[in-house]
Design a protein around this ligand. Structure first.
Ligand code: DSN
Length: 408
């Protein structure tokens, strides 16, 4: 029986969500729209299969085709990112990062990651996360003056702290990371270099952002952000580290892999190898630049002074609005964003002084420079008048008109 016949409640909620996604502007920097092909694979009969282990070394019978699918995903990932080894089994970015820690560190070991409030991730050392509870984080921060990575300061701290691992790659940093510089810092202190490229993996695949492949000992990434695949993750590394990584994923922290998601990852890698994905990646960055310039022209302050990726971090302090209030007002107008701390934020992560936006999803819908200018203008009106209910309704109609012209 179909979902509609079996469970009308879930069916109707999915229908409502679909309509909502169609008529709203999704500016959340970590979101995108997966293709029909990716979703078809995710919803396939592969969900029925147990395949603990790795291709040709499974703990269950009946994996002839599942093996072929996982091998295809691995080969495509290696080719797409030019790496010696790929593990496509991690269920999510956090799982990939847990496996990375367990592959290289012992519980209690010291590591360095960017402070969460400065743009790092929960799994990079937050005290409420496994990384901060089981390991010893020595967080580095951005420069207070420039809000950019300060490699001299990171080097100095690494020399003082002598961490076993240094993480680069963030969730709210708009600029390009100098992976070569991180390699040289890691070499100077004998640390493992981990690059978490979850946010910009699609830009790396499309040649619009530098790759850490030549430098990092381990690369983790989700597959659903700029890479535009299914929800999930993977780990990549030089061939020499492959065995360590595979053991850390299974049996280290996961059981049966989600082969339907792995098939969808294979489809996503295939899509990312096509020439039009390069065009997409370049367009994402171009759109982010146009959007950021337009927002700045209307008096908004951008953290780090701008963007070199898909991501923009706004400091709303000069406007006298909190991230939380701006997020709520924009959502009412059909513009979906997320509040975010800015470096050295004085407000709590629940309130924040900042707002994070990104152009990956809107670029997938086919929007370009003109639409970015229009989005900036609508955002500015709301941010300047966050309590104006009438304005929200007016902008909501404009948003719907724009969305109708760029269907998913
Ligand atoms: N939730 C992701 C993001 O939005 O950046 C990180 O896990």
């Amino acid at each position: 029986m179909s979902l509609k016949e079996t469970d009308g409640a879930v069916y109707s909620l999915i229908e409502k969500e679909e309509a909502y996604q169609k008529k709203t502007l999704r500016l959340i920097a970590s979101e995108n729209y997966a293709s029909r092909a990716v979703m078809e694979a995710t919803g396939s009969i592969l969900t029925n299969k147990y395949a603990e282990g790795y291709p040709k070394k499974r703990y269950y019978a009946g994996n002839t085709y599942v093996d072929e699918i996982e091998l295809l995903a691995i080969e495509r990932a290696k080719k797409l990112f030019d790496v010696g080894h790929a593990n496509v089994q991690p269920h999510a970015g956090a799982c990939a990062n847990i496996a990375a820690f367990f592959a290289f560190l012992e519980v209690g070991d010291k590591f360095m990651g960017l402070d969460l409030a400065n743009g790092g991730h929960l799994t990079h050392g937050s005290p409420v996360n496994f990384s901060g509870k089981w390991f010893k984080p020595a967080a580095y921060t951005l420069s207070k003056e420039t809000e950019r990575l300060d490699y001299d300061e990171i080097r100095k701290k690494a020399k003082e702290e002598k961490p076993k691992m240094i993480i680069c790659g963030y969730t709210a940093y708009p600029l390009i990371i100098d992976f070569k510089e991180f390699r040289s810092i890691c070499d100077e202190v004998g640390a493992v270099m981990m690059a978490d490229i979850s946010h910009f993996a699609g830009l790396v695949a499309g040649g619009a952002y530098p790759s850490p492949a030549k430098y990092a000992d381990i690369i983790t990434t989700t597959t659903h952000k700029t890479l535009r695949g299914p929800r999930g993750a993977m780990i990549m590394c030089p061939e020499a580290n492959g065995q360590k990584i595979d053991k850390a994923v299974f049996p280290g922290m996961q059981g049966g892999p989600l082969e339907h998601c792995i098939a969808a990852k294979a489809v996503c890698f295939h899509e990312a190898m096509q020439p039009n994905f390069k065009v997409y990646a370049a367009e994402v960055v171009k759109n982010a630049k146009i959007l950021s310039e337009e927002l700045m022209a209307h008096g908004l302050r951008l953290v780090a002074g701008g963007t070199e990726s898909h991501l923009i971090l706004l400091d709303l302090t000069p406007k006298g609005v909190t991230g939380k209030d701006a997020q709520i007002a924009l959502e009412e107008a059909g513009i979906i964003t997320n509040r975010n701390t800015i470096p050295f934020d004085t407000r709590s992560p629940f309130v924040t002084s900042g707002l994070r936006i990104g152009t990956a999803a809107m670029t997938t819908r086919g929007m370009g420079g003109e639409e970015m200018k229009r989005i900036a203008s609508m955002m500015i009106k709301i941010i300047n008048n966050p309590l104006d209910i009438g304005l929200r309704s007016k902008i909501k109609l404009e948003v719907e008109e724009l969305c109708n012209r760029f269907p998913i």
